[in-house]
Design a protein around this ligand. Structure first.
Ligand code: ADP
Ligand code: MG
Length: 267
């Protein structure tokens, strides 16, 4: 059965899109059917897998507003098993249009129920806000993956987000679970990085993935070229850490399926 992972954080620039693109690619390169959905009006995941936002005709916006079927918005990418639903700048209008729809928090969820099982993994990239679009993404998701940038003040916004997620769980999506918190832009030589990682592990324990994403110039460059890093340099430390993350998620999921009440997967 397909699982939906929503990548979320209240902060921008923490590695959400980089994680959405490269984790999707890591799953797909293992032969798993993967769909990357770009829910951020900035469209960085859309460009991150090589699309020109100005040239798109059918996007997530058209599906959310009911103009086209969601299956008609799915595009092939440079990786065989990776498909993507892109956005373009019109997506800003989606937020306004969704406001007046009945069941406005459930639109994406309703669209995905029909074809979620065509994929092994669906990864949703979200904007750094608590907008209606983000609420739709969290309501549609089975799991939440939260990147935590190894920098000062990152922790505070994580606590805020977890409070918000508890509300979503209570009111809209009781089955939502935490896939894990991912330490990103980790720099072993930097005291702040080590401190944030240490604090996160001591407070949030197993909720924090063992896999850490290091700060890497190649990862930064890959996003500007519009390719997942594994297509550019599969041996690089960035590509290898996203392979490891994909493996860790699969291992956690297998464990979760055996022990439904595993505590680190619930809030
Ligand atoms: P978000 O989606 O949370 O706003 P991005 O994934 O777009 O964050 O990352 C913000 C910037 O940091 C981008 O320029 C991206 O290329 C860069 N970046 C992301 N992850 C890393 C990393 N591990 N090492 C170096 N640069 C990174
Ligand atoms: Mg982003």
């Amino acid at each position: 059965m397909g699982h939906i992972i929503c990548i979320a954080s209240l902060k921008g620039g923490v590695g959400k899109t980089t994680t959405a693109v490269n984790l999707s690619a890591a799953f797909a390169s293992g032969g798993e059917k993967t769909l990357l959905i770009d829910c951020d009006p900035q469209g960085s995941a859309t460009t991150g897998v090589g699309f020109n936002k100005q040239k798109l005709t059918k996007t997530l916006y058209d599906a959310l507003s009911g103009k086209v079927l969601i299956e008609d918005t799915v595009l092939d990418t440079h990786l065989e098993h990776l498909k993507a639903i892109p956005v373009h700048s019109e997506f800003f209008r989606a937020e306004m249009e969704l406001m007046s729809k009945p069941e406005k928090e459930n639109i994406l969820r309703n669209l995905l129920t029909r074809f979620k099982d065509h994929y092994d993994h669906i990864i949703i990239d979200t904007p750094p806000s608590l907008s209606l679009v983000s609420i739709n993404a969290m309501t549609a998701a089975d799991f939440l993956l939260i990147p935590l940038q190894c920098e000062f003040l990152a922790y505070e916004s994580l606590i805020q987000l977890l409070q918000f997620v508890r509300l979503i769980k209570k009111k809209l999506n009781p089955d939502l679970r935490l896939a894990g918190i991912l330490l990103t832009m980790y720099d072993m030589g930097e005291k702040t990085s080590r401190q944030i990682a240490k604090n996160a592990r001591s407070h949030l324990k197993n909720a924090v993935f063992r896999t850490v994403i290091p700060r890497s110039v190649q990862l930064r460059e890959a996003s500007s070229v519009g390719r997942p890093i594994l297509l550019l340099d599969p041996e690089s430390v960035g590509a290898q850490s996203y392979f490891k993350l994909a493996e860790e998620i699969m291992a956690r999921r297998a464990k979760d399926e055996n022990h439904k009440k595993d505590s680190y997967l619930s809030f």
